[in-house]
Design a protein around this ligand. Structure first.
Ligand code: PRX
Length: 659
């Protein structure tokens, strides 16, 4: 836990507190203190929340935990999630805007609930025409266009699980994910706008499609107008396909526990895991937490989450959670610095955004750019601002509240994961007294603890491992096709099955202060967090080793002021090959091809040997110390202690590539 210890001091600042502003207390639905006590009765609490959604058939049992750690929620319940997200709002508030979309070049489109439902039905009809039916997996590899949420919802309408692959992933990464899920269809775009340039999504998809035998059809949204190859018989133009379809389609009835989607995430092995989310519990979990954490007031709010729908934040809090609550959301296609560094604030002002949800890494970037960019705009519409994805340092928290929130808005720092599906630890803005840098408390209905190596709760004031102590509705139901890995990864370490006690290990370090507040301290495993993106050290290592010049590679995440962590690689070369700048560039490109640009190492140090224990294990902790230029402690357990000084000297001399 050296890394966690290192960040503790940076994160701790227990002096300042901010009680909830009075206007939040007005919303009794999310500000009555009894709500935490109500959450203690897990089944009753989540059962009551489920009543707010549309069900075709009510459940017989809220939770079946008898097969722990494999959970079943809302057992016997039947629904189609799109009826809660679309049909009921299209019936009662057809003209309310579901999405204000803004393209990076400045083009805009607004879609009402009635229009969204019709478009979803048209695409569902089109997919059905291509042979997609209940249970068929559909891969989605798109930029942030309005057709992206439409694609997710059209799949959901058919009961066909979606598997969204973030548009920043490479062709190889896309192919691996398609093959693991054995997806039958792919929905993609010709390209996506990013920082004024086109990301050639269809070209990359074509590369992947050379080795994805399960794919029968491809639907291509025209976004950038780039010239793309269309394979006759397999590839279909989105607009041609949907324009000939009817704007209605009955939703397919699904079981609560039917697969809603897969989302691949990096873990502690080289192979990403397909996280399994099912219909009933996931919708209850996301809809409830959305309403509580964001104090949803659909009749007046304009909500903007700046994430990409390709990540879980986008699934839960740009699609399912806000739509289930009938909210109006903003979707923005591009980067924050295009055409200038005030783009976000321009969007907030023009749409009158009331709730903003973004990542600490973005906030730190805005801090670096300076207050003059937000100062150019009227941000007074904002009433609540949130963060997600990585620990937020108190300085960034304060800057966010003061500069963006005018020293007035609550800040909700929300801790959760792809696996949890829903926010787990977060303030409730009408109730919680905030401390800058702390995600505060587990939400009502959620159980969390901080434990030591032996699984014992640590006393207040101490740090340890973050665990979740009771099941929650949006919890992952497994790893696709790998039940053993599911149990091993999340449940083995701290559970006591013989006592019937199942405890989920999140992979994060945390500390509770003397007031019981939770402070997140970063990952304690081999997962890095770069700009809020989760990347496995082993995945990057195996991409490096796959290059013909590389003999061995070790990768660590080192602290970085702006991105949280940066990827530092240490590489030994085969034979007489000598490392130089050209090879560094080649290796970075190679990682981009294998995984995606987000996984490119910021620095690569060539070395003749890697520091290893006598049993041959690479000492990543030591490499992290070297990368962060910390004093090196005792290295006597190393087989090759003398190599360490040499690597440290080279690392100190190496340069970092900014992306
Ligand atoms: O380390 C935690 C960090 O992000 C990890 C989950 O990453 P991912 O599955 O990609 O989901 C990100 C968006 C939900 C966690 O294990 N993390 C997420 N939110 C926070 C956080 N760390 C500290 N504070 C947070 N608010």
């Amino acid at each position: 836990m050296s890394q966690s210890e290192h960040t503790i001091e940076a994160l701790f600042d227990e002096g300042r507190t901010f009680p909830p502003p009075p206007d939040f207390a007005a919303n009794a639905a999310v500000s009555s203190p009894e709500i935490y006590a109500e959450g203690d009765d897990t089944e009753r609490f989540w059962g009551e929340e489920a009543e707010r959604l549309e069900w075709r058939r009510r459940w017989d049992q809220v939770l079946d935990w008898s097969g722990a750690p494999f959970a079943k929620w809302f057992v016997g319940g039947k629904l189609n999630v799109t009826e809660s997200c679309l049909d009921r709002h299209a019936a009662t508030q057809p003209d309310r805007i579901a999405y204000h979309w803004e393209g990076e070049p400045g083009d805009t489109r607004s879609v009402t609930y009635a229009e969204l439902l019709a478009e979803v039905c048209r695409l569902a009809n089109g997919l059905a025409e291509l042979g997609v039916g209940k249970g068929d997996r559909v891969a989605i590899y798109m930029g942030m266009v309005p057709e992206l949420p439409v694609a997710l919802l059209a799949c959901a309408r058919l009961g066909a699980p979606h598997s969204v692959v973030f548009g920043g992933f490479s062709a190889d990464a896309l192919a691996d994910r398609i093959n693991d899920a054995e997806a039958k269809a792919l929905i993609t775009c010709d390209g996506a706008w990013r920082a004024g340039a086109v990301v050639p999504l269809k070209d990359m998809a074509d590369e992947a499609l050379g080795r994805t035998p399960s794919i029968e059809s491809v639907v291509v949204v025209r976004r950038t107008g780039s010239e793309v190859h269309m394979e006759p018989g397999r590839d279909h133009d989105y607009h041609e396909l949907v324009s000939r379809q009817a704007g209605e389609r009955p939703a397919v009835e699904c079981d609560s526990e039917d697969l809603l989607y897969l989302l691949y995430t990096s873990g502690t092995t080289a192979k990403p895991k397909g996280i399994v989310h099912t219909c009933g519990g996931y919708l209850v979990g996301t809809a409830t937490t959305y309403r509580m954490v964001f104090d949803a007031r659909p009749e007046r709010d304009v909500y903007w989450c700046t994430a990409d729908i390709g990540w879980v934040t986008g699934h839960s809090y740009m699609v399912y959670g806000p739509l289930a609550n009938g909210m109006t959301s903003v979707l923005y296609e591009g980067v924050p610095q295009y055409p200038d560094k005030d783009r976000f604030w321009d969007i907030v002002e023009r749409y009158g955004v009331t709730i903003l949800y973004t990542a600490p890494t973005a906030i730190r970037t805005f801090m670096k750019w300076g207050p003059e960019y937000p100062a150019k705009h009227d941000l007074s519409s904002l009433r609540l601002i949130g963060t997600v994805g990585e620990p937020i340092n108190p300085e960034a928290w304060m800057w966010y509240r003061d500069t963006i929130g005018a020293g007035r808005t609550p800040v909700v720092d929300t801790w959760w994961q792809t696996e949890t599906g829903q926010i787990m630890i977060s303030p409730l803005p009408g109730l919680t007294t905030l401390k800058p840098g702390s995600a505060t408390f587990p939400l009502p209905g959620v159980g969390a603890d901080v434990v030591d190596e032996a699984g014992q709760s640590v006393p207040l004031g101490q740090g340890g491992y973050l665990t979740l102590t009771k099941p929650w509705p949006a919890m992952l139901r497994g790893i696709y096709g790998d039940p053993d890995r599911f149990v091993e990864t999340y449940w083995r370490r701290f559970s006591k099955p013989e006592e019937g006690r199942w405890v989920y290990f999140a992979g994060d370090g945390a500390k509770r202060d003397l007031d019981g507040y939770f402070w997140l301290l970063g990952r304690v495993d081999d997962v890095m967090n770069v700009s809020g993106h989760r990347i496995s050290t082993l995945e990057v290592e195996s991409a490096l080793v796959d290059h013909p010049a590389v003999a061995e590679a070790a990768v660590v995440g080192r602290l970085d002021e702006r991105t949280g962590q940066a990827i530092a690689a240490f590489v030994t070369l085969k034979g007489a090959r000598v490392g130089d700048d050209a090879l560094i560039a080649e290796l970075r490109d190679h990682v981009a091809t294998r995984i995606g640009k987000i996984a490119r190492p910021a620095s690569i140090v060539f070395t003749d040997e890697l520091p290893k224990t006598r049993s041959g294990k690479i000492m990543r902790r030591l490499l992290r110390d070297i990368s962060e230029q910390r004093h090196l402690g005792d290295v006597t357990t190393l087989a090759n202690a003398d190599v360490v000084r040499e690597i440290a000297a080279r690392a100190a001399a190496s340069t970092t590539t900014e992306d």
